[in-house]
Design a protein around this ligand. Sequence first.
Ligand code: UDP
Ligand code: MG
Length: 309
Amino acid sequence: MTIMYSIVAPIFNELENLPELYRRVLHAMSDMHGNWELVLVDDGSNDGSTEAILALAKQDKRVRPVIFARNFGHQVAITAGWDYARGDAVVIIDADLQDPPELIPELIWKWREGFQVVYAVRAEREGETWFKRLTASLFYRIIYRITDVKIPVDTGDFRLMDRKVVDVLKTMGERHRFPRGMSAWVGFRQVGVPYRREARHAGVTKYPFRKMLKLALNAITAFSYFPLQLATYFGFLSAGLAALAIPVVIVMRLVGSQFFEGQATTLIAVLFLGGVQLISLGVLGEYLGRVYDEAKGRPLYIVSRGPEE
Ligand code: UDP
Ligand code: MG
């Protein structure tokens, strides 16, 4: 049996959202020609989502469960979705119904027009705190400015990708992943579709500030050397300042000026440079740690139960 569409949803403790997700996907896909499958990647849930996914799969063969051995994170769950999806077009969608499944047919129409990546752009966001909206907006704009890939702003992981694109993405084995950056990096014919991001159907966000920060770090380090280059800029800046200051201080001493008296000036200069050096070292360490992770070559995720088991 050939599958035309794969719909992939990463799931981390979304028990209350599962039935509604299934119902709305079923409804949205009912008018579509071609077979479809719903790949539910359970990212180490402990609220009973796992059992609910397995029960759903038993009742409807189009539902394919991929159960992780523990929580590996949203980005990795999406990666497993790419690996397990069999469709000619693969749609990634959040399980909390912030991304409306009713938009999927619209993404599919664009795909039929010949676009290979159709990403959904958040024109409006509902039911999120001002803090989340502000940090998200800043995040997209900073990433856009400093990374080498033009990653569309206000765009999450909700998107459709052609089989060709997914096959390329599957060869990208990087550990610290930023799927929306990766899918922009590969190129192909891309287009955005605006939509209204709804409030969560039920439950609370699984993205505390800590995880958002981690995602931002992944995005920056995976697609830019900017933080590393900052050390060079700071180095040139302080070397330049020193080159200017040395003759000035010498002349002032010779004419008997007491302007640079005391230890405070020295202390400030030493502390400032010491701080800059330590921060640069930290940035180096951040990249080095990531290189180390790559070198270990561990599997990205561990599946405790696949769709065929
Ligand atoms: N998610 C996941 N693993 C995690 C955190 C989240 O698979 O470690 C899933 C979650 O179940 C949801 C999607 O990723 O389907 C987006 O998460 P969430 O809605 O909590 O993020 P937000 O929309 O608040 O940014
Ligand atoms: Mg959400």
